[in-house]
Design a binder for this molecule. Sequence first.
Ligand SMILES: Cc1cc2nc3c(=O)[nH]c(=O)nc-3n(C[C@H](O)[C@H](O)[C@H](O)COP(=O)(O)OP(=O)(O)OC[C@H]3O[C@@H](n4cnc5c(N)ncnc54)[C@H](O)[C@@H]3O)c2cc1C
Length: 407
Amino acid sequence: MNTIATTRGDTSRRRGPALDVAVVGGGMVGAATALALARAGFATALIEARAPSPWSLQDEVDLRVVGLAPSSIALLDDLGVWASIRDSRAGPYAHMHVWDAATGATIHFDAATDGRDLLGYIVENNLVQWTLWQALEVAGVRRLCPAQVSGYEVLEDRVQLALTGAETDGLSARLLVAADGANSPLRSMAGIDTEGRDYAQRGVVAHVRTERPHEGTAWQRFLETGPLALLPLADGRSSIVWSLPEAEAQRALSLDDQAFCDALGVASDFRLGRIVASTKRAAFPLRLQLAGSYQAERLVLLGDAAHTVHPLAGQGVNLGLRDVVELRDTLVAAREAGSDIAAAHVLRRYARRRRSADTFDALSFDALARIYAWQSPALVAARGLGVRIVNKLSPIKRRLAGHAAGL
Ligand SMILES: Cc1cc2nc3c(=O)[nH]c(=O)nc-3n(C[C@H](O)[C@H](O)[C@H](O)COP(=O)(O)OP(=O)(O)OC[C@H]3O[C@@H](n4cnc5c(N)ncnc54)[C@H](O)[C@@H]3O)c2cc1C
């Protein structure tokens, strides 16, 4: 038995589990999981440590934005929340333009090439989270917030959770879903290791006003220090993710606004002209991290609890939302087959499929980060040649775009 912490005396031990699924972590991925499972007819609870802040159009755009791929939009649409998110504040983009500072080699993606209108949308993390939270209430998901899981015990037919900060100190469910972020306490409680590497870099984020319009394009310039992305916001500004070695990131954070805008203008090669204004800045550590397994007894991992990837491909949350679809479909199939939804063979199916797909993507992004870090003149020239060739090969570009879209 996987006893993690002492559970308190609870009469629910003698009854069947109260819930089918308890999801821990109500970020974008956990909230989408709870909603998807509730909509599929599973009795679901969501446990979150911090209440999300209400989103309002009057508020400054959240510094944490994500690029949503078509696969993520399809899930949010299926959950009935996409139209509200899109109509609140979302920046559509139909082009992606990537170029190499060292060689000038470019690669350009255009949605129209694949007969699509758009490649995706740039949206605020807290807008998506807040919209999902409101839908959870309507879908009848029991929300425990603020509340934290302090331990759990695996019993024959359920997991018994010990909670702190909630109106109840215990809860039981057939399946425990850990969506509690990159430092996942549940992953540690389950004894699941991680592998990967620290990029020794930080992603500096801010929203900037540029001299020229962003043209509904996600721009990314690869520099020796790391990539700089300018992502199109709905209000005409661009959101930047500037990956820099630790010390340089600290320096970028400490510059005054004018000096920061000037440095950013140079780093972006003035592609959108001068940087006219910037919001406050923040920085996030960048690391590649994959859980050794996405599964333990009556427990699965998803979202950043299972994987974190370099932001250069803007895919972190898209991988997490693909985990959600796979988990929902797996649990629905198990229920239809009359199986326990948390039986080891059921969870293995989810874990194998998603871990291999996420590993492929995470290692591909890591390979790109390594290739763009090459500095030897011969390798840099080879990289430039390779990029130019790929840019001319429509079938390869179509496959890359289709993969990023999650299609
Ligand atoms: C600089 C940067 C840029 C990025 N850009 C993009 C992009 O363009 N596109 C993209 O797809 N992704 C991007 N990402 C990645 C993306 O932001 C994450 O993958 C995504 O937000 C992870 O969502 P999550 O719900 O799994 O985790 P989180 O958002 O971390 O949510 C975890 C939740 O669990 C809660 N929690 C933790 N412990 C407990 C506990 N014990 N009990 C209860 N609750 C708990 C936390 O309070 C939190 O709300 C970027 C990331 C960075 C750092």
